[in-house]
Design a protein around this ligand. Structure first.
Ligand code: GDP
Ligand code: MG
Length: 163
């Protein structure tokens, strides 16, 4: 079985940076659906001998704020349908935004495993800033830095336990 891990979240939280860190084979294909501002990148990853596919959602062509939010909702909905495991990325430097809350509300209804990750925790000082993300109501979270890689190994350990 090919397990699919989808990375979701609002723009600029670091989804693509995390995706690039997770995939080893740099052969991400862009799946552009005509007429839709939807680009999804697929990659293959392996951790502790377990293989899985990763989807990077995003690549938004922004029209208006409404379209923008609608697009994110669609992306999350698609990820929910297509993925086996969902990684929800947020940004410690911005804190919880209304769009994060909206994504969290969608994900709370999902019966699939959701890993809440607080990204951009580049140093220990930012660990404390992450506490507020408990308020998203998704339980415990993983603090990671997609740029320097801290925390991503622990996250992968937990993900592949489910594969
Ligand atoms: P996406 O829109 O969610 O795909 O976000 P990107 O991966 O394109 O990243 C948005 C911005 O955040 C870029 O400037 C990244 O370099 C930056 N970024 C991503 N991950 C981290 C991180 O762990 N720490 C810091 N400080 N910046 C990050
Ligand atoms: Mg991106």
């Amino acid at each position: 079985m090919n397990t699919i891990v989808a990375i979701v979240g609002r723009p600029n939280v670091g989804k693509s940076t995390l995706f690039n860190r997770l995939i080893q084979r740099r052969e991400a294909i862009v799946d552009s659906v005509s007429g839709v501002t939807r680009d999804r990148h697929y990659g293959k990853s392996e951790w502790n001998g377990k293989q899985f596919s990763v989807i990077d959602t995003g690549g938004y062509a922004v029209g208006s704020d409404d379209i923008f939010e609608e697009e994110i909702r669609k992306q999350v909905q698609l990820a929910i349908e297509e993925a086996d495991i969902i990684v929800f990325v947020t940004d410690v430097t911005e804190g919880i935004t209304p769009m994060d809350t909206e994504v969290a509300n969608l994900l709370r209804k999902v019966k699939k495993p959701v890993f809440l990750t607080v990204n951009k925790v580049d140093n220990a000082m930012r660990e404390d800033d992450a506490y507020e993300f408990y308020n998203l109501g998704l339980g415990d979270y993983h603090t990671i830095s997609s740029i320097n890689g801290s925390g991503t190994g622990d996250l992968l350990d937990e993900i592949v336990k489910l594969i």
